[in-house]
Design a protein around this ligand. Structure first.
Ligand code: EPU
Length: 338
């Protein structure tokens, strides 16, 4: 086991924040992970995987455990379905591309989401009408106290919009080590209802799309408005889209008749936070190296050497302004490490 000291985490978080890990170790096997968790000399541990959904605001005075568990395998199949097990350290988009190469359907709408497999259940990643919860059978997670592996089936994960048990009761108690996903081998269920996918397919003259066509459309849409973390540091949507009651919605639409919204079950309405942030004049704005993306106001970016604190301060400024202007609270989707 190679425990390193004072390692920069700049290349381990997609925001590209340059903070240091007091200690750092890479994990490629489950037994190795159990051994690391048992190390009494390093009582504080901090788990990092794809680093795509966190904002680091200070040095991490702990043993940073970088999960590099790899492997994709088929665990069960019949003529219609296949169950695929993917280890936590696999890159999410690589898994999506692998599934398409095999002709398996279910992940195409989730193309190009940054991050690793093990982080996907924590915030129930979702895009273009599909969420991880729609395909996840179960995940395995290691109890950080006992080193024992536990299984969580779909229901036990308590998924919600950008939510799961791993962000709530089970927060910091488990390390997700693998997931099992149920994918289709034929009669794929296509989700093309999301407006921009329909337009993209229409523009290309595609009437009967394949799962690959949908993936290509999603990739084209994402590339056109979301910044590539390899080019400019970011963590995707920084805020969740706020969900408001019928009463609050009535008040809101009266004042803002042209605002976009999604109607949800039980008389609730989701308002796109990106629209709210744009209306407050933040789109494309820059404060030092911390900024708001020019094509999608929901995404905060690091133009180079912003600190986590600068990004956090900007996010608070935005929250305050949205609250003042619309009387709506927007909350970060990103995990803020203070
Ligand atoms: N909008 C604006 N200005 C902006 C951004 C958006 O007016 O700067 C408006 C758009 O015109 C549109 C509406 O807001 O009417 C919704 O925009 P969009 O379709 O781009 O989706 P979103 O609600 O902003 C959500 C997810 C994304 C996901 C897309 C597509 C959240 C917090 N974000 O964004 O997820 O890719 O839908 O499904 O739910 C992520 O989590 O990192 C992420 C990118």
């Amino acid at each position: 086991m190679n425990i390193q000291e004072n390692i920069s985490l700049k290349n381990y978080n997609t925001f590209g924040i340059d903070v240091k890990a007091r200690f750092f170790v890479e994990i490629t096997g489950l037994v190795q992970l159990q051994k690391v968790l048992e190390l009494k000399a390093y009582p504080k541990k901090f788990i990092i995987s794809g680093g795509s959904n966190m904002l680091l605001t200070k040095d991490i005075d702990a043993l940073v455990v970088h999960i590099k568990l790899k492997g994709i395998s088929i665990v069960e199949e019949n003529e219609n379905f296949v169950e695929v097990k993917a280890m936590a350290g696999e890159n999410w988009h690589d898994l999506v591309m692998w599934s398409l190469e095999q002709g398996f359907g279910g992940l195409e709408n989730l193309s190009l989401i940054p991050g690793n497999v093990g982080t996907a259940p924590i915030q129930n990643i979702g895009a273009y009408g599909v969420e991880l919860k729609d395909v996840l059978v179960s995940c395995a997670a290691m109890d950080v106290k006992t080193g024992e592996l536990e299984g969580f089936d779909n229901e036990a994960c308590e998924f919600g919009y950008r939510e799961s048990i791993f962000k709530n009761e089970a927060k910091d108690k488990y390390i997700i080590t693998s997931v099992v996903l149920k994918l289709t081998k034929k009669d794929h269920v296509l989700h093309t209802g999301y407006g921009s996918i329909e337009n993209e397919l229409k523009e290309k003259g595609i009437v009967h799309p394949t799962i690959r066509d949908i993936s290509d459309a999603v990739i084209a849409i994402r590339r056109s408005k979301l910044p590539d973390p390899k080019e400019i540091g970011n963590s995707g949507s920084f805020f969740k889209n706020p969900v408001i009651s019928q009463k609050a919605f009535d008040r809101f639409t009266k004042k803002n008749p042209n605002a976009p919204f999604y109607e949800m079950d039980d008389n609730q309405f989701k308002i796109p936070a990106g629209w709210l942030v744009e209306q407050c004049g933040f789109k494309g704005k820059r404060f030092g190296d911390a900024g708001v993306h020019e094509k999608q106001a929901l995404v905060l970016v690091n133009h180079g050497s912003a600190t986590g604190k600068e990004i956090l301060d900007l996010s608070k400024k935005i929250q305050d302004e949205v609250q003042k202007t619309f009387k709506i609270k927007i909350q970060p989707e990103v995990n803020i490490i203070k």
